[in-house]
Design a binder for this molecule. Structure first.
Ligand code: PEP
Length: 253
């Protein structure tokens, strides 16, 4: 079965102590993940080692970064490289979150460089795509998302692309409490998979996890995750509450 992933995105929330407590409460549930399931925690950079130390002994639990530099190394004050993340054993990195595109001006060619650097360092990019409301309202979401994927990832060889995780996050559903219906999520995920199949071949496309993100919570996760092309979720707000995220992990197929 394709990998199913519950990915928490803490964004710029929680103090160090609050982060420790949240992780401990979730881990104390001792949820045993099946071989195809993963729980991933995208925490702020200063918490990565703490998260790694708590998660490393648990099968299929991983710490993730929320971003990395598009540069390899050097005089880039304030940046964190993929190589640095590898050196502390980080296995996943969120790339191209809509908040980074919107507030930090990240563009597709920058994201292409980040994806490549992650792959070179054995880090799985969780590549975010998704349309704003204005695009959804005119029904242009499929071509919008297709362009995002093409510009940042279609230069990859098929063997490289096999390591990617995609998160479809309609911007109008992020942090707004508005969730795409499970039918809307399924429709876009199927479209993404079909598009990937055209480029990289059906067997590869069928194996790529495509997560849904946008106001996923305990109360809607199971219905969304049950859709055939939805392979779990990237979760912001609800991942900051232990009970919510525990239920979300338990909702994986
Ligand atoms: C996100 O941060 O990627 C996200 C989907 O946020 P939220 O779950 O709060 O909508």
């Amino acid at each position: 079965m394709r990998q199913q992933i519950a990915a928490a995105n803490w964004k710029m929330n929680l103090t160090y102590g609050q982060g420790q407590e949240l992780l401990d409460r979730i881990l104390n549930e001792n949820i045993v993940l099946s071989a195809h399931q993963r729980a991933v925690f995208a925490v702020p950079f200063p918490y990565l080692v703490m998260a790694y130390q708590r998660l490393v002994s648990k099968d299929n639990y991983f710490a993730a970064a929320q971003n990395c530099s598009d540069k390899k190394s050097g005089a880039y004050t304030g940046e964190v490289s993929a190589e640095m993340l590898r050196s502390i054993d980080v296995k996943y990195c969120v790339i191209g979150h809509s908040e980074r595109r919107e507030y930090f001006g990240e563009q597709d060619h920058t994201l292409a460089a980040k994806v490549e650097l992650c792959l070179e360092n054995g880090i799985t990019p969780i590549f975010c795509c998704g349309e704003p409301l204005s695009i959804r309202e005119v029904g242009a979401q499929n071509s919008f998302v297709e362009t995002q994927l093409r510009e940042a990832m279609f230069h990859l060889a098929e063997a490289q692309f096999r390591e990617i995780v995609i998160a479809y996050e309609p911007i109008w559903a992020i942090g707004t409490g508005k969730t795409a219906t499970s039918a809307q999520a399924q429709e876009m995920h199927a479209h993404i998979r079909e598009m990937l199949g055209r480029k990289f071949g059906k067997p590869t496309a069928d194996n790529i996890p495509i997560l849904y993100g946008g106001s996923v919570k305990a109360g809607n996760a199971r219905e969304i995750f049950q859709q055939p092309d939805v392979d779990g979720g990237l979760v912001g707000g609800a991942s900051l509450q232990a009970e919510e995220f525990i239920t979300i992990i338990r909702s994986l197929k």
